[in-house]
Write a protein that binds this ligand. Structure first.
Ligand code: F6R
Length: 592
């Protein structure tokens, strides 16, 4: 989604902003913009082209020690130059970039229009620029104008603000949209993500919600909504710039699929000391004592939750799983004794953040499983489990899903006190390596299905969870319509979709359901469907499309999912699509 980069420095910042915007490109965007303060004037340039074009087309002699940049993912108003950020206030006093959604912008816009403010864009953001100017004209104080402005805003915002008459300060405000300060000897910087800051800053400051402030080259001032000056502390990050390199891979998605083993190993390295598992004892106690557990997640993370719930049910726990955005509006089972497990690669998914507010209200415990240290969901949790999967750059989640599954397996092993889990995980790794080494057949399947208008995935139990994930992957990166069904549901409707040559991919890795799945296959073949069976060795039959070395039933999602990941990748490759940045999608979904 949208990205923010800004800086005030003893060195010129144009290059820092452009490079910073490039480092958040992977999150998905449809337009970009840049503003630099030059001689008490904000020079602004916006484009619907890529960041490279932004740099090429913006007057090359323009540079400054103070500036902001933005990549926009349209929410209010179509992608266009007029709607791209930065937005400027009526008399050009303020120029701002914004991530988030101002929910009450319509009312505010009407009020401002009545006072003579003319709007040039269809965005919610422009309201903020004009409000800042309006308040400044009353107070003649920039920080106070920011405070009075954000008091009127309902919704989410990360704001980087230039007051064009002040070359010595970069201003900011934040509520429920990520924004970080990066501190270095040569200056202070802002970004919506660590990545733009990694090369430049070594110390970071989290900006709490409903806070605002200013940065000069050497100082950071932070205030709460009542105008009180707030103490802050610096922290460091273990994220590395190298994660942004493709290392000879043509796409991040392929690189990340093939980092599956690394995802499993990094978790083991971080949570196993050779003798015992190292998850926080309080976390394990919370889970052991829990009478009721609710898993919440979105997209791929929701699919990991589905399997996670099965693990906990096997521990005789009462477990439910909900798509976060659904639970946020229908918060069933809301007893104080329920423990919530929030699954989120980014830790910033707005749908989950909305759930947190409800969970906090009812006083239940939150466990966040995330790949992003310092993220909002990590900060809001009573217990955090980090995935240590490294930055996932491709929009379609692959290695993070494997890390999510591994984390769930390890947590369960600690609850059961089961140390032979590592042998079982080693078996899974062997199977993953097999797929990485030998997936010519998957490429062949991709070639065969690339022009299909629909593809269906079928499985039961664990295999259904992974069928859902494989189906999501395929639609995300190849734009082919795809759905996943439990085998048992086929006859209750979906079989009507089966006609000659419709591709149906069937997963079989579970003894208890393999016979039923074989019957499903007969039913599909009888109607002319084109079956591709992905089975584990001991359950395989002659004619199966792809046979995976044996893996425990409960670990099959960690392995068989790679079939679906490769399949999606190769279909997108053969269709010549933008694999790492599929259309309309964003890496971190920070608006509801
Ligand atoms: C799928 C994908 C999305 C995310 C979903 C949740 O490949 O990436 O479906 O899984 O947007 O994101 P997180 O895990 O960051 O909460």
């Amino acid at each position: 989604m949208c990205g923010i980069v800004g800086g005030i420095s003893t060195e010129k910042v144009r290059n820092f902003i452009i490079e910073g915007l490039k480092s958040v490109e992977y999150r998905g965007y449809d337009s970009s913009g840049l503003a630099l303060v030059i001689n008490n004037k904000c020079e602004v340039y916006k484009t619907i082209e890529r960041v490279n074009e932004l740099d090429k087309s913006f007057e090359s002699s323009f540079d400054s020690f103070l500036g902001i940049g933005h990549t926009r993912w349209a929410t209010h108003g179509v992608p266009s130059v007029k709607n791209a950020h930065p937005h400027t206030s009526k008399s050009k006093l303020f120029t701002i970039v914004h991530n988030g959604v101002i929910e009450n912008y319509r009312i505010l816009k009407k009020e401002l229009q009545a006072k003579g403010y003319v709007f040039k864009s269809d965005t919610d953001t422009e309201v903020v620029a004009h409000l800042l100017e309006k308040e400044y004209k009353i107070t003649s104080n920039v920080l106070e104008a920011i405070r009075l402005t954000i008091k009127q805003l309902k919704g989410t915002y990360a704001l980087a603000i230039l007051f064009c008459r002040d070359q010595n300060h970069l201003y900011f405000a934040k509520n429920r949209s990520p924004l970080l300060i990066g501190h270095a000897k040569k200056g202070n910087f802002l970004a919506s993500d660590y990545l733009p800051l990694l090369k430049t800053a070594s110390d970071f400051v989290e900006i709490p919600d409903f806070h605002y402030g200013s940065l000069s080259v050497s100082e950071i001032e932070l205030y709460d909504i009542n105008g009180n000056s707030i103490e802050f502390s610096y922290h460091q990050t273990n994220l590395k710039q190298e994660a942004l390199e493709k290392n000879n891979y043509p796409h991040f998605m392929l690189k990340e699929i093939e980092e599956a083993e690394q995802s499993v190993r990094f978790l083991i390295d971080n949570y196993f000391d050779g003798k015992k598992l190292l998850f926080d004892k309080d976390l394990i106690k919370t889970l052991k004592d829990a009478k009721h557990i609710i898993f919440l997640g979105s997209g791929t993370s929701y699919h990991a939750c589905l399997t996670g719930a099965r693990y906990f049910r096997e521990l005789k726990k009462n477990v439910d799983t909900y798509i976060a955005s659904e639970w946020a509006y229908y918060p069933y089972n809301n007893s104080k004794d329920t423990v919530f497990i929030l699954m989120s690669q980014s830790g910033e998914t707005a749908d989950l953040i909305s759930c947190v507010k409800l969970i906090e209200k009812q006083g239940s415990k939150i466990i966040t499983i995330t790949n992003t240290q310092g993220s909002t969901l990590a900060r809001k949790a009573d217990h955090v489990v980090f995935l240590y999967a490294g930055i996932e750059v491709a929009v379609a989640s692959t290695k993070a899903y494997i890390a999510q599954m591994t984390a769930l397996v390890l947590i369960n092993a600690m609850i059961r006190n089961e140390l032979n889990i590592f042998e079982k995980l080693e078996e899974a790794i062997v199977s993953q390596r097999f797929i990485i080494k030998d997936h010519e057949i998957i490429k062949k399947v991709a070639k065969e299905i690339q022009n299909s208008s629909s593809v269906y995935f079928l499985g039961r139990g664990y295999d259904h969870d992974l069928a859902l994930e494989c189906s999501l992957k395929l639609k995300e990166v190849s734009y082919i319509h795809s759905e996943a069904f439990p085998g048992g549901e086929l006859k209750h409707g979906p079989i009507a979709l089966i006609e000659k040559d419709v591709p149906v991919i069937v997963f079989i890795s579970d003894h208890s359901t393999s016979d039923a799945m074989r019957s499903n296959i007969c039913e599909i073949e009888a109607r002319g469907g084109k079956i591709y069976v992905v089975s584990t060795q001991e359950l395989s039959q002659e004619g199966d499309t792809y046979v995976i070395p044996n893996v425990r039933r409960f670990l099959s999602p960690l392995v068989s999912v790679m079939f679906g990941q490769y399949l999606a990748y190769y279909v997108a490759l053969y269709k010549n699509l933008d694999i790492d940045k599929p259309r309309n999608l964003a890496k971190s979904v920070t608006v509801e």
